[in-house]
Design a protein. Structure first.
Length: 185
């Protein structure tokens, strides 16, 4: 099975469950995030990252109520490592940093924290809370930090029950282009 078929299979097999305390499924959340990236004019790699930013949740076998049990599954690390092999750093980098981007935004944008859902606030505590000034400076030195901040904002807005957006197959050609580009590098 090629990686794109594996991704589709993951969403079909494991993406129908509730998205960690939100009123949408994992798949709905991923599709809404990708749709926002696409509507914003993001490049193919960042749209792919938006679609796949939570693939780490689908790869591990941890329960949906993980955060309620006080556990951070570090889905961003597992997902980024898995994506890096096929899609490279332009996709994996923003995925790896999207949790850190939440911590960053909480530190630099006072209004941002107030807009977080209760599930996001709960996971923020597990993830270490807002960054310190030193952590902000280090984050801003990361490659893909700005892409991760954009991804984070789309991620936070992608929790609308019943929102109609393009399905998984809409993104297959885009993922194929990103894979081919990676293979040509």
């Amino acid at each position: 099975m090629n990686v794109i078929d594996r991704i589709v299979s993951l969403f079909l097999d494991k993406g129908q469950g509730a998205y960690f305390g939100e009123a949408v499924t994992e798949t709905e959340h991923a599709l809404q995030t990708a749709h926002q990236a696409e509507a914003s004019g993001a490049g193919n790699e960042l749209i792919a990252a938006a679609l796949l930013h939570d693939v780490g949740h689908l790869l591990h076998a941890l329960a949906e109520d993980l955060a309620e049990k006080g556990i951070d599954g570090r889905h961003e690390e597992g997902g980024a490592a898995w994506l890096e092999r096929s899609f490279g750093p332009a996709v994996a980098g923003p995925v790896r940093l999207h949790v850190a981007a939440k911590r960053y935004l909480c530190a630099v944008d006072p209004a941002y924290s107030a807009e977080l859902s209760s599930a996001s606030r709960r996971s923020l505590r597990l993830q270490g809370g807002p960054f310190s000034p030193d952590e902000v400076r280090r984050f801003e030195q990361e490659p893909f930090w700005q892409a991760a901040v954009a991804l984070r904002r789309w991620d936070d807005a992608a929790k609308v029950p019943g929102l109609v957006v393009p399905g998984l197959e809409h993104y297959r050609p885009l993922l194929e282009v990103v894979l081919l580009k990676r293979e040509d590098e």
